[in-house]
Design a binder for this molecule. Structure first.
Ligand code: TXA
Ligand code: MG
Length: 351
């Protein structure tokens, strides 16, 4: 299949044409990759089971892993659920449009293909202008996972989407780099208190401040153990994974740098090509042709924005092993470490 690729520019008339073309593709059952404020999404009509099947096929994603339904205004949620709790309105007033996904009981209109067989549905109202216009223009809601091949890091540029999905979907809307760079926070509203199933830009503290008591899903941060299943099915799969094996090194800056140097030497002795992922503060302390800077450790937003792109760059460099320093789990740091730990298969060395 030939994929149409169109770039968003300063020309609003042209942009409207692009969005119109994309909306038409969605409404006749096709797939369009589009920018959101978190990561690029791969969208299809959320009321069309065949479109959902196409999404699973294009991504190579297991069909028990449900999709997020994207809406363009708050009241749309009532078309997906007959049991929207009060707290959804409170959260929406504070965080929508924006990087928060809410899980509520689904009604009959939502196909089980979209929800991976669950009786709940994930709903998100994105703030990205192109995403919202596309949803409105398509006259439906848009089911969209991240626009990557299943298991690879989520795409934060159109190039990432092209690398993974060119030739497999109808259209890609290119709007350059993404603002946040990590997927939305997912909060489950079907329990006694809101439960965070996936940390993101909207943090535990921000949620707690807005609604009082909040819990973290047990399977978070510790990884998936046999007796603790994550409630978001997607969190059980190996994710965000670069081709190389990744290890996180955590400790004081001096000890971390020293241990990474040792590990790199050891790998090189074995004939392996070793990549390093560092903060700006530690970047000049190690010499290597294969090092990437994630940004300043005092600016978590920058690290969040760069993380997935760096993991993909290592793939392009044909690296065998990657060593990364660990980061603080304050604020969005919790989301950064959640993704990094998953990419590393929870391999950490404490020094
Ligand atoms: O920022 C985002 O959320 C991006 C953009 C495109 O909006 N989307 C995204 O979708 O990250 P995806 O499919 O890559 O991740 C969706 C996650 C999966 O882990 C899935 O298991 C979980 O949401 N999920 C979806 N519906 C659910 C439900 N009803 N109950 C529990 N988890 C659900
Ligand atoms: Mg994803």
């Amino acid at each position: 299949m030939e994929t149409i690729i169109k770039k968003i520019t300063d020309n609003e008339i042209e942009n409207d044409k692009i969005i119109k073309t994309a909306a038409e593709i969605i409404s006749r059952g096709g797939l369009v990759a589009f920018p959101t404020e978190t990561v690029y999404g791969l969208g299809g009509d959320s009321f069309d089971p065949a479109a959902a099947e196409k999404i699973y096929a294009a991504k190579g994603r297991p069909s028990d892993n449900p999709l997020i339904v994207h809406i363009s205004e708050f009241d749309d949620i009532y078309k997906l659920s007959d049991e929207v709790p009060e707290i959804a309105k409170v959260l929406a007033d504070k965080f929508w449009p924006g990087p928060l996904t809410m899980i509520v009981k689904k009604n009959k209109s939502v196909p089980v293909t979209v929800t991976g067989g669950l009786d709940t549905v994930a709903v998100r109202l994105p703030s990205h202008k192109v995403a919202r216009k596309l949803i409105k223009e398509s006259g439906t809601f848009i089911a969209a996972p991240s626009a990557n091949i299943s298991g690879r890091p989520s795409p934060t540029t159109a190039k990432h989407v092209i690398d993974d999905l060119n030739g497999r979907i109808d259209m890609i809307i290119d709007d350059g780099s993404i603002e946040i760079g990590l997927e939305s926070t997912i909060v489950d509203l079907t329990e006694d208190v809101p439960v965070i199933l996936r940390p993101g830009y909207v943090t535990f503290e921000m949620l707690e401040e807005t609604v009082g008591k909040v819990r973290l899903d047990k399977a978070l941060m510790t990884g998936v153990k046999e007796n603790v299943k994550p409630k978001a099915p997607g969190m059980k799969y190996r994710h965000y994974a670069p081709k190389a094996e990744l290890t996180i090194i955590e400790g004081s800056p001096e000890k971390t740098v020293a241990r990474i140097e040792e590990l790199v030497k050891e790998a090189e002795r074995k004939g392996q090509k070793a990549g390093i992922m560092l903060s700006e503060e530690n970047f000049d302390k190690i010499c290597s042709d294969y090092k990437l800077c994630l940004g300043s450790s005092s600016d978590e937003n920058e690290i969040a924005r760069n993380l997935f792109a760096c993991l993909r760059k290592f793939d392009d460099m044909d690296i065998d092993v990657i060593f990364s320093e660990g980061f603080s789990e304050e604020g969005i740091g919790q989301a950064i470490m959640n993704r990094l730990l998953k990419a590393a298969g929870h391999k950490i060395i404490e020094v």
